[in-house]
Ligand binder design. Sequence first.
Ligand code: 13P
Length: 251
Amino acid sequence: MRKWIVAGNWKMHNTIAESIALAKAIKEGASDFKGGAIVLAPPFTTLFNVGEVIKGSNVFLAAQNMFYEDKGAFTGEISPGMLKDTGCSYAIIGHSERRKYFHEQDHDVNLKVRKALIAGLTPIMCVGETDEERVKGITQDVVGRQVKQGLSGVEEIDKVVIAYEPVWAIGTGKVATSAQAQEVHAFIRGILKDIYGNKADDVRILYGGSVTKDNVAELIAMEDIDGALVGGASLKADGFLGIIKEICVKK
Ligand code: 13P
């Protein structure tokens, strides 16, 4: 049985005071949701504060990115050890916004996933095709390449979480249909089966892209969708708790 995960990616939003208030509201509202993991990914500047709020609860802390070196002259970067120091147990890696605006390649994603595992952080590795790629009919080529290259040399697949986030569905309100999402999730699990055999059945694959409390029920009913990576709708406690409730009830 795969345990669900609902992760809120706050992206570049929230001051320290706003982060503390939101984390408190989510922690209080989520105390009854059992059987899975609730994860918050605030900006780096408020990780420590959010970590203090959720300490000892059923809510866990994630970074939105990390570097793959332990220390050194890498201005502006943050190491896995520093993230653990703030209380992080997860790290989102290879988000499409990192790939698009900061030119992260599959090779960088791979280095980060491997480093996260060595450091004891659970990587949430993001993959997904653009609108143009879907229209061209190369969704599986793109997602297949991202999964295989991102996981190159990775043995501990049971410690990896994958997030399928079609780029055209992120922040657009244009959610993938449950059938579209399931098709790609099943495709990803098929790749994992080829590489890792039966262990693939234990890997959590989250869907991300315009998830709200109103559309999540249909998505989460799909066999290979094990949770959600939520952007916009994770910035308000009510909306985020509504999503967790649906998933908690259905999975
Ligand atoms: P939205 O939920 O705002 O579409 O963002 C999804 C996302 O990018 C989560 O990482």
